[in-house]
Each structure stands twice: as structure tokens, then as C-alpha cells.
Design a protein around this ligand. Structure first.
Ligand code: F3S
Length: 650
């Protein structure tokens, strides 16, 4: 039987396990990326692992999420990140140089290589045939030190593309069509592999828009084969040497398949406040629009902004609408400026932001209360724009620009008919992506050779090996569906302490009980008790690290969210499953003692644990863990486990 493209790349990088769906596999990582909100912890963990040099072919540290420097904390973080990149051998992209996924695509993405990134949209370079996966920071630190990345082998789903996009339909509409069909949960545990005759009708930037939005399906990643278009794109970036042809075998077998005929697509839009709330643009035409934003890692490229410039040539933005362009990278803004398009756009009434995530996470350009904002971004969750009563729609640059001209949502086909002289702009690549690379500092140009830690940068706390006896109070009993946002909120005023775990820990579970952090510190150990789906939401590893810092030893829950459970193992907290009856019987403050020799039981593969409560009643809790996860847990977490292995321990 032939292999899929995914299987080919995974086989080349497989260091542990077999490529059977659902089985745990270990893969070698060629490239890593981090950004500024997750990167500080990545480097602090890299340092704590006593690693002194990056082992992957490429490591890149970007500063893109919090580039505005409100006070010294972000600046301290940026300076620390530059010094860490210089000290350990990574590329450093200065604040304002662009969003990690855009800059990585331009400078490092390479067909057939594996990429692990501490950002959920890491799959973006899948549009160039790279197998790119998002992960927690500690997994990235370990991979950067040469360790394997472990994952359950996902299903591989074939998306067969036919036909050619009609005028005014775009790659964004392909991605929105996927979301319309499959929903935001439709890709969980899956890799989407695009094939078919429609692929050659899409440029690389269009392909990366589709792979970027695959994250919104919950997919592990998305990937395209490579072809002349890939080679041509790389040549225009001056990197044709990394090209290789990569296609699935003709007799490759997929776990599932779906077909999209590109010629059937029309301009689509995701209504507030979920990326899968997708309808044809005509269905919401006439909605008044106060703000239009073009940019983000999804549609912030030269190829996304140029159509907007062409549509606005000789025209103006409607007087009641504000239009902002936040380019995805400085390369894009520099080329547009050299070609004169920036001046044209400014003359039409457009304002420019620096190349940053910014508005995508509610930092800057917050819409007016209860107003409509049309954005070319990838997420429109309620409140993400920076205001709770937002109405954010997601669409292509063409649909966004049409709305800026009309002052209301309009299908660009209808606007073109009305204006009579507005051509469909199509997608055009520059002859050469010839922006300067001044803001990208290579390891051999590093300006620091030692770590620079300002007062906002703390150490990563370490945990000792798991003890034989685990006992302490149930410090907090929680309901179902506690999210990582409940555990550590991601607001600017809290997340600015992301590099200072003692300070950040003061906010742990404060949305549930604001006395929790202090009570935990006052208690000598303790446990959390929760209902179903504990730890759902983002992959934020602070949500396990901060409870660990406060002395929490384990969590009893009816069920756990997958990524958070992995993070609990990574930070040495035992995740034990209980039934509903036991959950109901528990009361906050109960004294808990795990009767077994916990360390021995975890190492030996024991699945059932006897737990005594208040010296009064007992119940059985379950540990569902792979052999690797048991070793990590018993060693006190992934950091001490990895150090022990490096030192030659068992
Ligand atoms: Fe940045 Fe938003 Fe993309 S936060 S990485 S532009 S999803």
C-alpha cells in the first residue's frame, strides 16, 4: 500500500512507535519556532534543562504578540528573548518585524521538514509541504534540545480539490467552506492533506491561508503537496535550494476523504462570534460596518494587501468606516511601500499599523462598543477584539475592502456591478520578495552572548520526584468545564507576568476563588477536585505550572481535556479520574490520602489507586497514562525527567 504525504514525512522522522492511527509516536523535529508570549517560558525551561545550544536545524524566536511596550515588562521580555536567542543559537526577529508564521514562511519554511511551534497556528507552512504542529512550550524546549516530540498518530483526511476559484472568491473562502462543513471541532485528532487538480490553481500564499485556518477546525495540522508553484515561490524568496518534490503515492489510503470544487465557491463570511458561523456574504449584505481590518497571520501578506490596494485605487474609504491595514510582516509592508501602493492606500483613507498580532488579541484597534468590525483574521471569539460586546466578522481581503468602500457589508461581485469599473484583483506575487532582513538577527550576528534577565523574568520552578505518600486537603472543588482561562486568565494585565511564575501564580484560579492561591501557599500540599472536561481551552502550560508552583500535587476530575492532561504530566501533577458519585461526595476541605505507595504504583503501571477521605471513607481513582507519561510523572515532570535521561538515569 502506498503512503500519504503525511506518512512519508513522518516515516522519515520516526524515532519511536509505529504509524498506526491512535498509537503514540515519537518524531524528530527539524525546526522550532516560538513567539513572545510563550517564548520566555520556552527559554527558561531550555536553561533549566541545562542545555547550552540549539540542536535543531532552525530555531526562531519571534516578537509579535505583545509588541507595544506599555511599561518595562514587555520590553524586559523582548530583551531577554533576544539574549536567549543569541546565547543558545536561535534566530531573533525583532518586535515589529512581523508575525511568527509569516516571517517563518518567508525565511525558513521548507518542504519535507518537521516544525514544532509554541503557537496554535504553527501549521501555516503546511502550504509549502512542511509538517508543522503547534505544541506546549516545554515540548518545544525539549525538541529544540534534540529530544523527540510525542503525539498520538492522527487520522489523515484527504481534501480533494477540483476546479479553479471564480473571480472574487478566494483561498479564505476555501477555509471558510471547510469550517462551514466541518465546524470548529471537525478536525480534532486529524491531519488534513490537500490533493487533486485544484491544488495547482492555488499559489503558495493562498495555500498557507488554508493551512493557517485549519487550526480553527481543531486539526493537528494541514498540508499541501509541493509542485512548480512551491518551487517558484521559494525562488522568489531566494530560497529555491530548499525545494523538493513531495506528493502522496497514487495508491495512498486515507482514513477519510472529502471533495471541494473550487469553481463552486462564492464569497463567504463568518458571522459573530465563532469561525464556523459561515454564510454567503449576500446573506448579511447591508449590515453597517464601522471598522475594517486587513492583516493577521491569515491574510496579512503582500498578496492579501495588494488586492485591497487595487480595489481602492482612485476610490476612498467610506466616511463612517475606519480601515486599518496591519501587515503580517515587514517584508510585505516594505515591498508595498517601494511599489508605491502604501501611498495609494493612505490617500484612499487607510491607516497602517506595524506588523504585529496586536488587534487579533485585543491589543490596539479595539472596535467601538456594540459595533461591527470586518476582519481578515482567523478568530472572532466573543471579546477577543478587546471588548465584550463586539461583533466581529471574518472574511477575505476582497470582501473586507468592498465593505470599506460601501460602508456596509456587500458581496464584492455586486459592488463591482454597481461601480462598473472595478476589476477582480486576483492574486499576484511580487517578482522578487526583496525586503531587507535588518530585523532578523541570525545566530552568527547575535548581539548578546549571555542571558539578560530584568526584574520581570523569574526562574522556572522545579518539582522533586513523586513521593511515596501523597496527602493533603481538597483545596478547591470545581464544576464541569473549567477552562485554562479560568485557571490562568490571558488578559494583558495578568499575562504580562508570563515570565514571572511566582507573581503569575497569585492569579491562579482567581476567577473561581480569589483566596485559592494564598490558601494553597499556606497549606503543605493539596489537591484540586473538578467535574467533567477539566482544563479545556488553550494549550497554555501556565495552567499546570502555576498550580504546581503553589504546591498542588494532583487533580481528581471526572474527565480531563487532552492537552491539559498532558501538561499536568509535564509538570508532575497526578491526574486521577473519579466517578460522578465520588465527585458528589467530595467536599472542599476534605483531607485526602492516597493509600498506595504512589511513586512505586505509578512506575509499575498500576491503574487503580485507593484513596482515603477524612479517615472515614474510601474510593478508587484511575490513572490512565502511557509508560512514557508514567516515567515523566514519577520523575517530577518533563523537565527533571529529561535532565535525568540526559545524565544517563533510567
Ligand atoms: Fe497572532 Fe492572531 Fe495569528 S495572535 S499568530 S495573528 S492568530
Amino acid at each position: 500500500m502506498g503512503q500519504t504525504l503525511t506518512e512519508k514525512i513522518l516515516s522519515d522522522h520516526l524515532v519511536d512507535g509505529e504509524l498506526e492511527t491512535g498509537e503514540e509516536i515519537g518524531i524528530e523535529i527539524d525546526q522550532v519556532l516560538t513567539q513572545d508570549t510563550t517564548g520566555t517560558l520556552v527559554w527558561l525551561q531550555f536553561e533549566a534543562l541545562e542545555l547550552d545550544e540549539v540542536q535543531t536545524e532552525i530555531a526562531a524566536q519571534y516578537c509579535d504578540h505583545q509588541t507595544y511596550q506599555f511599561d518595562f515588562k514587555n520590553t524586559d521580555d523582548h530583551r531577554f528573548l533576544r539574549s536567549a536567542a543569541g546565547t543558545f543559537g536561535a534566530h531573533f526577529s525583532r518586535p515589529g518585524n512581523g508575525i511568527c508564521h509569516n516571517v517563518h514562511k518567508e525565511n525558513f519554511a521548507a518542504p519535507g521538514k518537521t516544525l514544532l511551534g509554541s503557537d496554535s497556528h504553527t501549521p501555516t507552512p503546511g502550504g509549502l509541504g512542511q509538517l508543522a504542529i503547534g505544541a506546549g512550550g516545554l515540548d518545544v524546549a525539549v525538541a529544540m534540545g534534540g529530544g523527540a516530540y510525542y503525539i498520538e498518530m492522527p487520522e489523515v483526511v484527504n481534501v480533494h480539490l477540483e476546479g479553479e476559484l471564480p473571480e472574487w472568491a478566494s483561498a479564505k473562502d476555501v477555509a471558510l467552506e471547510m469550517l462551514r462543513r466541518l465546524s470548529v471541532k471537525g478536525g480534532v485528532g486529524k491531519i488534513f492533506e490537500y490533493t487533486g487538480p485544484g491544488v495547482e490553481n492555488l499559489t503558495v500564499p493562498e495555500r498557507t491561508t488554508i493551512t493557517n485556518l485549519g487550526t480553527e477546525l481543531g486539526a493537528t495540522t494541514s498540508i499541501f503537496p509541493t509542485d512548480e508553484k512551491t518551487e517558484d515561490y521559494l525562488a522568489r524568496q531566494g530560497r529555491e535550494d530548499v525545494y523538493q518534490e513531495l506528493t502522496p503515492d497514487e495508491d495512498a489510503e486515507y482514513d477519510d476523504q472529502l471533495t471541494i470544487d473550487l469553481s463552486d465557491l462564492e464569497p463567504l463570511i463568518a458571522k459573530p462570534s465563532m469561525p464556523d458561523n459561515v454564510v454567503p456574504v449576500r446573506e448579511v449584505a447591508g449590515t453597517s460596518v464601522e471598522q475594517v481590518m486587513i492583516g493577521s497571520c491569515t491574510n496579512g501578506g503582500y498578496e492579501d494587501i495588494l488586492p485591497s490596494a487595487k480595489m481602492l485605487e482612485g476610490r476612498e474609504v467610506d466616511k463612517k468606516t475606519e480601515m486599518i491595514i496591519a501587515p503580517g510582516s515587514k517584508q510585505a509592508s516594505e515591498i508595498l511601500a517601494r511599489q508605491g501602493w502604501t501611498a495609494e492606500l493612505m490617500a484612499a483613507g487607510v491607516n497602517f499599523s506595524e506588523a504585529t498580532c496586536g488587534a487579533c488579541i485585543g491589543i490596539g484597534h479595539v472596535p467601538a462598543s456594540d459595533s461591527v468590525s470586518l476582519r481578515t483574521f482567523n478568530r472572532n471569539f466573543e471579546g477577543r477584539s478587546g471588548i465584550e460586546d463586539d461583533n466581529v466578522y471574518l472574511c477575505s481581503p476582497e470582501v473586507a475592502t468592498a465593505a470599506a468602500i460601501a460602508g456596509e457589508i456587500v458581496d464584492p461581485r455586486d459592488l463591482a456591478d454597481e461601480l462598473g469599473d472595478m476589476e477582480a484583483p486576483g492574486v499576484e506575487l511580487p517578482d522578487k520578495y526583496d525586503g531587507a532582513k535588518t530585523d532578523l538577527i541570525a545566530p552568527d550576528e547575535a548581539v548578546d552572548d549571555d542571558l539578560v534577565k530584568g526584574p520581570n523574568i523569574g526562574d522556572v520552578p522545579l518539582k522533586d520526584e513523586l513521593e511515596a505518600t501523597l496527602e493533603g486537603p481538597a483545596l478547591l472543588k470545581m464544576e464541569d468545564n473549567i477552562t485554562t482561562d479560568h485557571i490562568i486568565p490571558a488578559t494583558q494585565d495578568i499575562l504580562m507576568y508570563r515570565s514571572n511564575i511566582p507573581k503569575l501564580s497569585e492569579f491562579t484560579l482567581s476567577r473561581v476563588d480569589d483566596t485559592f492561591a494564598q490558601r494553597s501557599l499556606d497549606s503543605d500540599g493539596g489537591f484540586l477536585v473538578a467535574g467533567e472536561n477539566y482544563g479545556q481551552g488553550s494549550s497554555r502550560e501556565h495552567a499546570a505550572l502555576c498550580p504546581m508552583f503553589l504546591g498542588i500535587q494532583g487533580v481528581f476530575a471526572q474527565s480531563f481535556a487532552r492537552i491539559h492532561k498532558a501538561n499536568l504530566f509535564n509538570f508532575g501533577l497526578i491526574p486521577l479520574t473519579i466517578d460522578e458519585e465520588t465527585y458528589e461526595q467530595f467536599e472542599q476541605g476534605d483531607d485526602i490520602e492516597i493509600v498506595d505507595d504512589v511513586a512505586e504504583a505509578v512506575r509499575s503501571g498500576q491503574e487503580e489507586f485507593t484513596v482515603r477521605v477524612n479517615d472515614d471513607w474510601e474510593f478508587t481513582a484511575h490513572l490512565d497514562a502511557s509508560e512514557r507519561e508514567r516515567e515523566i510523572l514519577a520523575d517530577g515532570g518533563k523537565l527533571p525527567h529529561t535532565k535525568k535521561k540526559a545524565e544517563g538515569g533510567s
